[in-house]
Design a protein around this ligand. Sequence first.
Ligand code: HSE
Length: 439
Amino acid sequence: MKPVNIGILGLGTVGGGTVNVLQRNADEITRRAGRGIQVTMASVRSMDKPRICDTSSITLTTDPFEIVNQPDIDVVVELIGGDTLALELVLQAIANGKHVVTANKALIAVHGNEIFSAAQKMGVTVAFEAAVAGGIPIIKAVREGLAGNRVQWLAGIINGTSNFILTEMRDKGRSFDDVLAEAQQLGYAEADPTFDVEGIDAAHKLTILASIAFGIPLQFDKAYTEGMRSLTTQDVSDAADLGFRIKHLGIARRTEKGVELRVHPTLIPEKRLLANVDGVMNAILVNGDAVGPTLYYGAGAGADPTASAVVADLVDVVRALTTDPENRVPHLAFQADALDDTAILPIEEVSSAWFLRIKALDQPNVLAGVTKILGDNGISIEAIVQKVPHHHGASVPIVILTHEVVEKAMNLALQAIGNMPEIEDDITRIRVEYLDPDQ
Ligand code: HSE
């Protein structure tokens, strides 16, 4: 059978990796797909730039529209990133009846509903395995492998850059800026690294995971994001003293009140496997009612790992070329007309346990005042430690671990505690998750 012609938009790290993997493993890939898969065209920003792949058999162009409008191209692989030009190109490719493979999490998280609806009308597939956690086949696992489950929650380390920074800060005491610069050099960080450290990149990925896990439309604008820039080595060591590690987690949970969709620094028990995922590695813990907890670990970025996911999507698309569009795996795992409208909970309505560090003057009744305010707001204390002051007359750090409480109650309590004259106003507050399979 004649090979399938691929056009790649963007021949940078992932594009180059995709060409390399397709060339290196051509025989294996053909045996799996049933047909050869060949890159015939690729768009580049500059013709002169050095590449990580051999382009001698590829027609290069600086005009990406030439590829999406090229009749000989069967599948377009979008790897330019961003959500403006990429959106235009992907919609044009779909309108031209081409299948699309993309690694673009922002594009899918923000415009996925529109893209999938256009694709459905045209009977084409838009595949996006590489958009979440690089080489880990998490989309396939949740969408197909767990199809018999009611997924209760998932929690993941889905940004390698922020995990690398946290790991280096913890293990080597390195500064935030120093580690971030290294992640940029290694090619892991986003073009705008605030996307990594402010949780936006993770929220893009979490939005996609939540949709395929729960069968809800993509709602990136409702995701709560909190960065990890404010974390200190003191937080890390206080957490360790209590038996926890701090991770920048993406959490999606189905509750009776609605769906939680949140990215923030989180204390998790150090004995959890997820707590031991270090460096740039990614891992996602998915809890299904039938299977229980399942964990997926691997490289979340980089040329070959991300290419692994792109090529897996290409094989899927090629296998599906001759199938009836109605009988393909739905883009968001659930049939498009069966997505439900469960609301995403505002963060004030989310319940979690908390780690608090309050600095107080060492005077009678101060601790009693703090615990009374917590109690008055329905907040139960799980553990409390008052540390020795650094010197006589200095404020003392009080570290508190609370039981679960709805966030708006914690906000009220901390406002009242912050108003106490004996309390310094920089109260540290970090959510705690036990990742308990029974929750
Ligand atoms: N900037 C992302 C990360 C790359 O650090 O994980 C993969 O999406």
